[in-house]
Design a protein around this ligand. Structure first.
Ligand code: NAI
Length: 283
């Protein structure tokens, strides 16, 4: 298959690498030539790490590299593709504009996937009403090469055929899939994960246990690779507050961010990236 991945940031470059590793041709597109370059460097680095670990052979790694073509033109990249996976910034209007351009140049039977983490698939599809039946959510996890799940999300207009193709695509990429049948805020995964993390923050605020013990309970007791509080610091507490804010607006009170989280963000203690969050990270 030939698959165009639009957006060469953290996720797009990882998805292009995954696509090429599975033996498909990847066309990686970004409006910024600089981003394309850093996306390509990220792929190179990841491949080198995998070769060093012995997960991938040298020849295989070279072949993956050769299967990733880069371009700054959506129109050029999508003319002969089977699938388009959009992974640009999380802004509704930007995603809609990308799909308007895609459908103007892509073949009529192309499967359209968006890697949005929380925007409505139906709202994105409303910009391309005649093609919305071919659009589904294809939600990958970071880093796409290593994480095992792809969450397929059906928009109101998504056809059964598009959903089936999306599930088959996930499988062809070596992933497990889950289907979120109803386009709803936070889909399956963000909704569950936001609630667990929020409950951990509530327990911390109530003084039920230390941050270390709350994280340890989840890691050791439930096999989470990272504790929910550590994960908040890792991804950025500002991002987390933003996600909770939009889930609260759509799903109500149970997603209301805690006062501690608001205060940490207001104080600029955003987690690892600022050296302090729920934990401290001395440089
Ligand atoms: P990022 O900011 O690293 O990359 C976004 C890229 O899109 C940038 O390279 C930017 O130049 C490019 N871009 C912006 N407008 C464009 C356009 N019109 N045409 C082509 N390229 C354009 O963002 P990231 O983290 O890779 O996220 C991308 C998408 O994936 C977002 O929708 C995000 O919500 C979703 N996502 C992110 C995850 C994460 O852990 N970072 C996990 C799962 C989904």
């Amino acid at each position: 298959m030939k698959i165009a991945v639009i957006g060469a940031g953290t996720m797009g470059s990882g998805i292009a690498q995954l696509v090429a590793t599975a033996g498909h041709e990847a066309a990686l597109v970004d409006i910024s030539a600089e981003q394309l370059e850093s996306g390509t460097t990220a792929i190179e680095k990841s491949l080198s790490r995998l070769v060093k670990k012995g997960t991938l052979g040298e020849a295989q790694s070279d072949a993956v590299r050769q299967r990733v073509a880069v371009s700054t033109s959506v129109a050029e990249a999508v003319t002969e593709v089977d699938v388009v996976i959009e992974s640009v910034v999380e802004v509704l209007e930007v995603k809609q504009a990308v799909f308007v351009e895609v459908v103007a140049h892509a073949p009529d039977d192309v499967l359209l996937g968006t890697n949005t983490s929380q925007l409505s698939i139906t709202a994105i599809g409303s910009a391309i009403p005649e093609h919305a039946s071919r659009l589904v959510g294809l939600h990958f996890f970071n880093p796409p090469v290593l994480m095992r799940l792809v969450e397929v999300v059906a928009g109101l207009e998504s056809s059964e055929k598009a959903i089936e193709r999306a599930i088959a695509l996930g499988e062809s990429l070596g992933k497990e899939t889950v289907l979120c049948r109803k386009d709803s805020p936070g889909f399956l995964t963000s909704r569950i994960s936001a609630l667990v993390r929020l409950e951990c923050l509530r327990m911390l605020e109530e003084g039920v246990a230390s941050a270390e013990d709350i994280d340890k309970a989840l890691k050791v007791g439930f096999n989470w690779p990272m504790g929910p509080l550590e994960l908040g610091d890792f991804n950025g507490l500002d991002t987390y507050l933003h996600i909770l804010g939009s889930l609260e607006q759509t799903l109500g009170e149970r997603f209301k961010p805690t006062v501690t989280l608001r205060n940490l963000v207001a104080a600029g203690r955003l987690g690892r990236k600022t050296g302090q969050g729920i934990y401290s990270y001395p440089s």
